[in-house]
Design a protein around this ligand. Structure first.
Ligand SMILES: [Zn+2]
Ligand SMILES: [Zn+2]
Length: 455
């Protein structure tokens, strides 16, 4: 019977740089290895000093940067560690990590962050060479002498996203990764784990643990409101800018918009998509068998390229309208395509700015959504402030995360002995703990705290 110890080295009691260490019989495995979305430099990495030896493997649940962004750094420190993920996730990680190197390179110059880039393009190439892309629902051994057996299970969040079932003799761990229980436009909701798995310890995300009106808003209801508001802008010759995450939200929304146009619910205006979102779209196109069987993935050429938005003439041409522009970044970080286009867009009243995901209060996106008309904001790091004339700034709820009520149902379905709440703000993890059955042994670990898990 193996004794299992859990240590969050990132993502304990916060959204954070998700990375969870499991130790059993002198073997270590890391679940995810992300970059903190709000911190900079080495501060953004998981706390690697808690690793006493090279983990034999890092298992990546999906390719969002807060789950995989620190893998190249880890594997430079520990070159013998191997990386496991699903096949699409390895392909998307390749794109996302190379993009991270470029973004860090830019920040090194613009903000003078000397530690950047934290890793190089050749570090990323090393990771991808040492990554195993595996099929869903098939158990594999990590290394020849490892006590761990693992398998991936569809988690419904983005292409390739998986929950991880990890077994050692006498103890079974299930790590949800990011989960979505309901169908999205392209992704089918999570497949419930078979009860025969007999999970001892469940490690569950708590991202939406503070969101109250989970059931009042449906995907279809929100889609209809999105269509109505978009039509209003397009009919007056305006442009709708939709800041969007490159992985998941962009591919989903482009297909929602196409469907609405095909059914006549939204006027037939050109639809634009920005660079990284397009690159990932090509991977969605290679793995259509991983999407909902009844979904239609439109060909990428239906969506126009937005061009070099740092060129004022390109921005000016884009806003001649009517048009819909889906551009990264979702939270509108300064100097990204969405912020560069917004800088021009907010000078006019006829356009629309539609946010579609979570906005951290520290981001430009949040400030812009909540700004009063006439306020001034900066869209480029060193640029001049711009006066906001656009009133039509709205937010739509298209989350790819399970509601907190659904997460509680998932816990009861799996019925483990231990529940470890991770990847959520303190209020979120506390709500999850307080609203689940007292029969479970529940843990909210802080980063660095080792927890012994009984069988
Ligand atoms: Zn995610
Ligand atoms: Zn996440």
């Amino acid at each position: 019977m193996s004794k299992v110890t859990f240590t969050a080295i990132g993502g304990g009691a916060e959204i954070g740089a998700n990375s969870y260490l499991l130790s059993a019989d002198g073997h270590d495995v890391l679940l995810d290895c992300g970059i903190h979305p709000k911190k900079e430099g080495r501060e953004a990495l998981p706390e690697f000093h808690h690793l006493k030896r090279a983990p034999e493997a890092v298992i990546v649940s999906h390719a969002h940067i807060d789950h995989c962004g620190a893998v190249p750094y880890l594997m430079r420190e520990f070159p013998s560690t191997e990386c496991y993920a699903t096949q699409p996730t390895v392909k998307i990680m390749d794109r996302m990590l190379h993009n991270s190197v470029s973004v860090m390179g830019t920040l090194a110059v613009e903000r003078g962050i000397k530690e950047y880039p934290l890793y190089t393009h050749s570090d990323v190439e090393y990771v991808i060479r040492r990554s195993y892309g595996l099929a869903f629902e098939r158990e594999f051994a990590l290394t020849w002498d490892s006590p761990f057996r693992a398998s991936f299970h569809p988690s419904g969040h983005v292409l390739g996203s998986a929950s991880v079932l990890l077994r050692v003799p006498g103890h079974t761990v299930f790590y949800t990764g990011d989960v979505c229980m309901t169908h999205q436009e392209l992704m089918a909701g999570l497949t419930l784990l078979d009860k025969s798995a007999e999970v001892t310890t469940l490690i569950i995300e708590s991202t939406r643990g503070t969101h109250e009106q989970g059931h009042a808003i449906t995907f279809e209801g929100e889609t209809l409101r999105f269509a109505r508001e978009m039509t209003r802008v397009l009919e007056q010759g305006g442009v709708v800018l939709v800041p969007s995450f490159a992985l998941g939200r962009t591919q989903e929304l482009l297909n929602v918009i196409s469907r609405l146009q095909e059914s006549g619910q939204v006027p037939d205006a050109p639809v634009y998509a920005s660079g990284l979102g397009r690159a990932i779209y090509e991977i969605y196109d290679k793995y259509t068998d991983h999407l909902r069987p009844d979904s239609t993935l439109r060909p990428l050429y239906e969506f126009k390229r937005i061009g070099d938005v740092w060129d004022p003439e390109v921005r000016h041409d884009l806003l001649k309208g009517p048009a819909v522009i889906v551009a990264t970044s979702g939270m509108m970080v300064e100097n990204t395509p969405s912020s560069m286009i917004a800088m021009e867009l907010v000078k006019f009243r006829k356009h629309g700015l539609f946010f579609v995901g979570y906005l951290d209060p520290d981001t430009l996106g949040y400030q812009l959504l909540h700004a009063k008309t006439g306020d001034e904001l900066r869209f480029e790091l060193n640029g001049p402030p711009v006066k906001i004339k656009l009133d039509n700034r709205q937010s739509f709820n298209f989350s790819a995360h399970a509601t907190r009520e659904d997460l509680c149902k998932l816990i009861d379905h799996i019925a483990p002995r231990n529940v470890v709440f991770v990847h959520g703000d303190p209020e979120a993890t506390a709500w999850m703990r307080d609203n689940t059955d007292s029969a479970y042994r529940k843990f909210i670990p802080t980063t660095g705290e080792a927890i012994e898990l009984d069988s």
